[in-house]
Design a protein around this ligand. Structure first.
Ligand SMILES: *[C@@H]1O[C@H](CO)[C@@H](O)[C@H](O)[C@H]1NC(C)=O
Ligand SMILES: *[C@@H]1O[C@H](CO)[C@@H](O)[C@H](O)[C@H]1NC(C)=O
Ligand SMILES: *[C@@H]1O[C@H](CO)[C@@H](O)[C@H](O)[C@H]1NC(C)=O
Length: 528
């Protein structure tokens, strides 16, 4: 018997075995691991047999109302179950325990009312979108010992609570992603996330949140993404988010805020578009400059002299639009007053149109401070930026020093720092090893003797794109070197073969000439 026939026979046997075990009308595909699919068959119960080596069971789009435990099932290999679009009101705890190695369970679009079951210990991802849940008891999540992702979108959850805070504090849930998008949550309280110390992503868009407790995010110190857009929040107390050092993305869009929350951590993305911001005082500047992307559109701004600083600031950020996929109206605010420029967009208005009727605006202290430092990029290359700055007398004390922080726009994880000691006169410094054709955020900080920060000014600089001449030049040089080397090799070969001193002489002469030439070339290149 040939090897091929043996193989074919084996395949036939394994196939017929799988098919024999496969529930009626369902498909069982695969040999090593089997994907059992019984979708859209009008089934009213869980399959009575599950073939050996089944890794995925898909019974979505049926009419299953109860999950029976069965004896004829091979369950230890099952890692993923999809029961979406069925009629389940409850998860049978016995049933779930039959699948000890289950990692992902999708129960989207059923009628589950409560999270009252125990999960088998391996489940990492649980999807319960569009069910009938009204309450999320955070304490119950503690019993899900491996759960990393929980999706509860499109339920009617009104309340996030922790039934017994004390017992919670002993164990921490490994949960990293909690999505409660499109529910009816009305408040975030101090215990809403208690014990969920590993949360990185919280999605709460499209709820009815009116109040956010000041201690709500005390335990979620690893938080990176917080989406609170499309709610009814009119205020968030200063400092509520202050300790979230890892927070990168914060959306407060489409709420009722009249003020940007104070003491925010430095963010990569802050969206406060479509709120009720009418003015932002220049003294809040430091709460604004530090964020890479700031979306302010859709607010009823009064565009008078008090807002001119913000208009000027946004002007320096205009180029960001090129790098982002954001609607125009979210990026550029429109004025709601004074009447002369009402309904005009900031992209068409000039800064000097932001005026006050009665000229009663004071020369603010911060404006004076702005002039006290002259911080510029004197030279911008493809991989380097030369910086220059000097201070007005009196701003620096003897013990203060400067620090430069810089990172590519939107990639704060690549942040680098340089500390430069205090001295008299003009400062110069070059940032090197930068990525070409990339926008950088470069901030100059003045540190006082206690290491605290006295002053900060940031520039945004795009490094040059070096594609054009440089590469052509190197090509010419390498080309030149290549042909000369080839020529020398041939000469060497000849000289070796004929062992003739005349050839050696010629070669030496040539070598000298070449070296001179290339030194000249290198020199020329440096002067560029
Ligand atoms: C199950 O089948 C449905 C319908 O064909 C499909 O949309 C879904 O992605 C499948 N689930 C898995 C886990 O493959
Ligand atoms: C259920 O979730 C799984 C895992 O995320 C996914 O592959 C599958 O497509 C989802 N099913 C449906 C019907 O969306
Ligand atoms: C929210 O869920 C409802 C159904 O529960 C759905 O009709 C609606 O489109 C969803 N809204 C959003 C914004 O996703």
């Amino acid at each position: 018997m040939s090897l091929l026939t043996i193989c074919l026979l084996q395949l036939a046997v394994s196939l017929s075995f799988a098919v024999a075990d496969c529930p009626k009308l369902c498909s069982c595909i695969g040999t090593e691991t089997i994907v059992l699919t019984c979708t859209g068959l009008g089934l009213d119960s869980w399959p009575s047999t599950i073939p050996q080596h089944t890794s995925t069971v898909n019974v979505s789009h049926n009419e299953i109302g109860f999950l029976d435990t069965a004896e004829n099932v091979h369950t230890t290999s099952v890692e993923s179950i999809d029961i979406s679009y069925n009629l389940l009101e409850k998860i049978n705890g016995q049933w779930i325990l039959q699948y000890p190695f289950l990692k992902s369970l999708n129960i989207t679009r059923n009628k589950i009312k409560k999270l009252d079951f125990a999960l088998s210990s391996n489940i990492q991802k649980l999807i319960l979108n569009f069910n009938s849940m009204e309450l999320l008891d955070v304490k119950h999540l503690m019993s899900f010992r491996k759960l990393k992702e929980l999706h509860l979108e499109g339920n009617t959850i009104r309340l996030l609570k922790s039934s017994d805070v004390n017992s919670v504090s002993e164990t921490n849930s490994p949960l990293e992603t909690l999505s409660l998008r499109n529910n009816s949550v009305s408040a975030i309280n101090g215990d809403s996330f208690s014990g969920l110390t590993n949360l990185k992503h919280i999605y709460l868009a499209h709820n009815k949140i009116r109040s956010v407790s000041k201690d709500a995010f005390q335990v979620t110190t690893k938080l990176e993404v917080l989406d609170l857009s499309y709610n009814e929040i009119s205020a968030i107390a200063d400092g509520t988010l202050q300790k979230l050092d890892h927070l990168q993305f914060l959306s407060l869009s489409n709420n009722r805020l009249v003020k940007i929350p104070g003491k925010l951590p430095a963010l990569q993305w802050l969206d406060v578009s479509y709120n009720r911001l009418a003015k932002i005082s220049e003294s809040c500047g430091s709460n604004i400059y530090q964020h890479d992307v700031l979306l302010l559109g859709g607010n009823p701004f009064i565009c008078d002299c008090h807002l001119q600083w913000l208009k000027d600031f946004l002007e320096t950020r205009k180029y960001l639009q090129k790098y982002m996929n954001v609607e125009h109206s979210k990026f550029f605010p429109t004025c709601s007053g004074p009447s002369k420029i009402a309904n005009k967009g900031w992209d068409i208005l000039q800064s000097d149109e932001f005026i006050c009727e009665k000229s009663n605006f004071e020369t603010a202290d911060s404006a004076k401070e702005e002039d006290a430092v002259n911080f510029i990029a004197s030279h911008i290359g493809d991989s380097y930026i030369k910086l220059e700055w000097d201070f007005q007398e009196g701003l620096l004390s003897k013990k203060s020093s400067c620090r430069i922080n810089y990172h590519p726009f939107g990639r704060r994880n690549l942040l680098k720092s340089k500390v430069i000691e205090n001295r008299a006169g003009k400062y110069m410094n070059t940032l090197q090893d930068l990525i070409e054709g990339t926008p950088y955020v470069v901030c100059l900080q003045v540190l006082n003797e206690n290491g605290g920060q006295d002053y900060e000014k940031c520039l945004e600089i795009v490094t040059k794109d070096s594609e054009s001449e440089n590469s052509k030049e190197t090509w010419v040089i390498t080309d030149y070197l290549f042909w000369s080397c080839l020529f020398i090799c041939i000469i060497c070969l000849l000289s070796y073969v004929f062992d003739n001193t005349l050839y050696v002489l010629v070669v030496n002469k040539l070598f000298e000439k070449m070296r001179e030439n290339s030194v000249e070339k290198n020199h020329n290149k440096k002067c560029d």
